[in-house]
Design a protein around this ligand. Structure first.
Ligand code: ATP
Ligand code: MG
Length: 714
């Protein structure tokens, strides 16, 4: 029995699998089989040691990774076993709260709010306060809300029944909005992503018995991509593993790419600080990539100072050199990539799905997308596409949510779509009645549908449609329910009448994905479970079974692998991005280098790095990224003509940027109107000085441009 789980693993991996007790950390480079060891360890615990999957928590970084892990584990332990404890941090918090949140006076079927829902709440508040609405204001407030939620204090405020939150008491407008937000959030029993973690902490802190129950329950805990855990996530894991003390973590400090969001690689690097008795296992054979790709990755990452070098080797046969392509324009870059893709398919028999195109930021996909469409090549975007954020999809899901939860947010979203003559005034009336009677808006409408105020509306029809479906919601498949609710409420007719084929296609796509999901889920899928899963399912995780080229950001590509990888837009100010250069902090640049390293190490057989001339979105002239110049020349082949001048200029820009980065900040050395000489831009005059940013605005005469230049420039 054991052989099944241990075959296909090297000695060190086998050690990682069979060392089940105590705290163990695996540190190893990309493609060394960490995730494979972790998956097999799960199966080993279940099959060889007889551990129940429900006593085994396995934390992955994204929903996509957890789905993939479930699939692999099921192959090893049998499809009928419950693998619900293979989950993301947030997914696991939902699980805890669904069981125990009543201690905090919240119902178990609380709502999970995504950014769209948060904005809906803000929109209401702005209307009530008669403020002008705009998206950037919302983003600013949401940021403030997120800052407040770095701490758990507000959870206590929400729970305080004697002294409830009172927005009237404050004069400060932002503060008032935030308090109103909390109040409304409470009213719909909604929890956003930050809340999920915070509520869990408060629950554990205030209800020791609940914490003990979960500690008792979790005999073994495993965490993948541990280098990207934040201190709060680590704290949660530490709490949960306190009783049985069986904690297994794997990671690669060189792949930390979420420091900007609080990830801290010290937890893996100095793991022994918290777990003095821990065992450490190193894996040093790479199974993923050719020696060329492996070496290119290593030559790049060695430029980071804050790291410990790893000694990786591979037995994979030698492959092609890594190609760096330089184009004269974005169009040329895109065309070259497309030709290469066609070549891979025709000459090397590659399938489209074996090809991935990676980039630093979402907007970079556009130029390549245009070309893919032009050439009629199927492609799919992971992330950025935001299928589930489209209006019609949100509407359809709001209908389902209304059936499941009857909540105000969903109600408001669709009560007047299609038009039912239930506009602002009647909604206001409903709100007042609802407030008086302590009912939800939907239940209020249901109660008063025949009231004279609603006589000339379609309230009655609407309520009837929803009620008739609510009765059968637990009996029919969710996909059928979706179809029924779209028809019964007239939503489908509405988009058909509008003649908007895209929207219709999208709704059909939702239907299709549901049928597919039901088939793969195996048992009866409940409406509530489906909705909860969807809210946690970020746009990154769209199921995609078509044979198509995959496009995604580097962040999304984490943990994945593809035979052929194109890393596009490798320009200075894109990768590394502008902010990391402007920050003048070495660690920001090092995170960019780690990103490039993660991208490179996704490739199995062939790797293409591409960039082109032109200007960035902010109007800066593009130069090849400094990372290109850091690669091992022996393993690299350059294609495309780069002017000598351009190469020299690029290197100069990088030199200047480097110098700026290592110099301490100073006072402005020049006054307004002073003449300066810049090694690349030539003669210029300082037009103005920005004290805050410590920048000069310099007009360069010969080039006829005005550029912000740092003070530290001499
Ligand atoms: P990353 O750091 O990128 O997440 P990883 O260390 O998790 O990488 P895996 O994804 O587990 O690496 O493994 C990389 C590839 O090598 C996979 O295709 C995996 O199936 C294969 N592999 C892992 N271990 C072995 C082994 N002992 N023999 C053969 N192939 C292996
Ligand atoms: Mg992995």
């Amino acid at each position: 029995m054991e052989l099944g789980m241990l075959s296909g693993l090297n000695e060190m991996q086998q050690l990682a699998v069979t060392t089940t007790e105590g705290s163990i950390r695996v540190i190893a480079g990309a493609g060394s089989g960490k995730t494979r060891a972790l998956t097999n360890r799960y199966a080993y615990l279940v099959n060889a040691l007889g551990i129940e999957p429900s006593n085994l928590l396995c934390v992955t970084f994204t929903n996509k990774a957890s789905q993939e892990m479930k699939r692999r584990v099921k192959k090893l332990i049998g499809g009928e076993r419950d693998t619900g404890y293979i989950s993301t941090y947030h997914g696991f918090c939902v699980r805890i709260l669904r069981e125990d949140i009543h201690h905090l006076f919240y119902p178990k079927n609380f709502l999970i709010l995504d950014t769209e829902d948060q904005k809906t709440i803000l929109r209401e508040i702005y209307e009530e306060l008669q403020l002008k609405i705009n998206d950037s204001k919302f983003n600013r407030i949401l940021k403030k809300i997120a800052e407040m939620k770095m701490d758990t204090e507000y959870v206590y405020q929400l729970m305080n029944r004697e002294n409830p939150i009172d927005p009237e008491k404050t004069e400060d407008q932002d503060r008032k909005i935030i308090l109103m937000y909390l109040k409304k959030q409470k009213r719909v029993y909604g929890l956003d992503f930050d809340d999920l973690m915070n509520f869990t902490f408060v629950l554990f802190k205030e209800y020791k018995k609940v914490l003990e129950k979960w500690q008792d329950h979790l005999h073994y805990i495993q965490v993948d991509e541990f280098q990207d855990s934040s201190s709060r996530q680590f704290e949660l894991i530490r709490l949960l593993s306190e009783k049985h003390k069986n904690l297994f973590v794997v990671g690669d400090p060189d792949q930390t790419i979420y420091e900007w969001r609080g990830a801290d690689p010290k937890f893996i690097v100095h793991f022994e600080k918290w777990y003095p008795d821990c065992q450490t296992i190193f894996l040093n054979q790479n199974y993923r990539s050719t020696p060329e790709i492996l070496e290119i990755g290593n030559s790049l990452i060695r430029n980071n100072k804050l790291r410990v070098d790893k000694d990786m080797f591979t037995e994979s046969p030698s492959g092609l050199k890594v190609i760096h392509y330089h184009g004269k324009s974005e169009q040329e870059e895109a065309k070259w990539i497309l030709n290469q893709i066609k070549h891979l398919v025709k000459e090397k028999g590659s399938r489209l799905s074996q090809i991935a195109i990676l980039y630093r930021a979402n907007y970079l996909s556009r130029f390549i997308e245009q070309e893919l469409i032009h050439e009629n090549i199927e492609y799919a975007i992971f992330g950025g596409f935001k299928f589930f954020e489209r209006k019609e999809i949100k509407d359809a899901l709001a209908l389902l949510r209304l059936l499941a939860f009857g909540d105000d947010l969903s109600f408001l979203r669709i009560v007047n779509t299609p038009k039912r003559q239930i506009g602002k005034k009647r909604i206001q009336l409903l709100r007042e009645w609802a407030e008086q009677e302590g009912l939800t808006l939907y239940d209020t409408l249901k109660k008063y549908a025949q009231h004279e105020q609603f006589q000339r509306t379609k309230a009655q029809e609407f309520v009837q449609a929803i009620e008739s479906l609510k009765v059968k919601k637990d009996e029919v498949a969710v996909s059928d329910l979706l179809q029924d609710v779209l028809q019964a409420t007239g939503y489908e007719a509405l988009i058909r009448e509008d003649g908007d084929q895209d929207r219709l296609d999208n709704v059909m796509e939702l239907q299709r994905s549901l049928v597919q999901y039901e088939a793969s889920y195996g048992e009866d899928l409940s409406l509530e479970y489906y909705l909860q899963m969807l809210t946690l399912y970020t746009e990154n995780d769209r199921e995609d079974d078509k044979d198509s080229v995959k496009l995604m950001t580097i962040h999304t590509a984490k943990g994945l692998e593809y035979p052929y990888v194109f890393l596009i837009g490798m320009s200075e100010n894109i990768l590394p991005n502008e902010r990391s250069l402007r920050d003048r902090k070495e660690y920001a640049l090092e995170e960019e280098r780690r990103l490039a390293y993660v991208a490179i190490t996704r490739a199995e057989k062939e790797l293409y790095l591409t960039e082109s001339e032109g200007f960035t979105g902010r109007g800066q002239k593009k130069y090849p990224s400094r990372f290109i110049f850091e690669l091992d020349e022996e393993r690299c082949r350059h294609i495309g003509v780069m002017d000598r001048n351009l190469e020299e200029e690029a290197k100069e820009v990088i030199r200047v940027a480097r110098r700026l980065q290592t110099q301490p900040e100073t006072e402005a050395a020049h006054d307004e109107g002073a003449k300066v000489h810049h090694p690349v831009f030539g003669e210029g005059i300082i037009e103005s000085i920005d004290e805050k940013k410590q920048m000069y605005m310099v007009h360069f005469e010969t080039m006829e441009i005005t550029r912000p230049i740092s003070w530290s420039f001499k």
